[in-house]
Design a protein around this ligand. Sequence first.
Ligand SMILES: NC(=O)C1=CN([C@@H]2O[C@H](COP(=O)(O)OP(=O)(O)OC[C@H]3O[C@@H](n4cnc5c(N)ncnc54)[C@H](O)[C@@H]3O)[C@@H](O)[C@H]2O)C=CC1
Ligand SMILES: O=C1O[C@H](COP(=O)(O)O)[C@@H](O)[C@H](O)[C@H]1O
Length: 300
Amino acid sequence: MDEPVLLTGAGGRVGQAILRGLGDEYDWRLLDREPLPAAKVPDGVTDADRYVADITDERAVREAVGDVGAVIHLAGDPRKTAPWDSVLRNNIDGTQVVMRAAADAGVKRFAFASSNHAVGGYETEDRTPDLYRPEDDYRLDGSELPRPGNLYGVSKAAGESLGRFYHDEFGMSVVCVRIGNLTRDHPPREYERGQAMWLSHRDCAHLFDRCLQAEYGYEIVYGISNNDRRYYSIERAREALGYDPADNSADYTFEGKPKSDSDTETNGGRYDGDSFASDADRPAPESPAEPNFPADPDDA
Ligand SMILES: NC(=O)C1=CN([C@@H]2O[C@H](COP(=O)(O)OP(=O)(O)OC[C@H]3O[C@@H](n4cnc5c(N)ncnc54)[C@H](O)[C@@H]3O)[C@@H](O)[C@H]2O)C=CC1
Ligand SMILES: O=C1O[C@H](COP(=O)(O)O)[C@@H](O)[C@H](O)[C@H]1O
């Protein structure tokens, strides 16, 4: 793709996983309400391509989205405990502003960071914890109705509906990725649910790469690695996008240690050769809940 790609929420966990994997592959335009330190910006991204703006600032967003070919929209409040005023502003109103500006600018592809929490209500007492175990064959595949378990999930379901609207009424290709649980180097530790919905950094980069390359109309897909434990199907992501994940939480112990050195995210990955210095050379990322919102109380 020759045109620039706008990445909102570029400084966060998902944004950095994408940039670490795909920093060299696209002409990026980065937007975040926090200024990005140089270590978070791929080589070649100029100051003119860095926007410090809130996504509810319509004028700034319209400027950032001008002449881009695609948008990856991540900016928002990621907390499952987020209160209504925050998700209403950051996740619903903010997504409306970004999608509207993209549709008006004629953006071709729009990838929206939805969440497992848009369907958290399917994890009923009678299904859990079996649901999180490899032998269980229950699957959500993206065709089911949203069933949020919290207001954050409601805001993600709203974003998916906005995407449907902007696809149907404006013809913009929209893919909603119900992201599972992104962690770096190993799956969430001692957390069955997290291991069932693990998304490794390299699979995250690969998945969003496919969102920028594939031809689609409107899609809802699950963004998880190829985990043995799973209750989300990744078939639609494979079929519609050509997603081909490399990682599996079963390659790690329950405590998060690699079972072998040959098949882990840190060794031999599709995206290990990225535009940044190696992960080991990079400054440690800031804490997961930085910088805008206080941490979810039950986040490890
Ligand atoms: N990390 C994960 O495992 C998952 C993340 N997601 C979604 O992916 C997206 C990114 O999540 P993370 O990277 O984990 O969050 P994060 O909090 O690490 O990053 C979010 C980024 O967006 C920026 N931001 C927040 N509100 C903004 C606003 N109003 N205007 C401009 N910038 C704003 C923040 O400054 C931050 O850099 C979120 O929409 C989240 O709901 C969904 C499921 C799982
Ligand atoms: O949407 C999100 O989901 C992940 C996983 O949820 P959890 O309930 O297992 O923690 C969460 O880590 C992330 O912060 C959130 O944005």
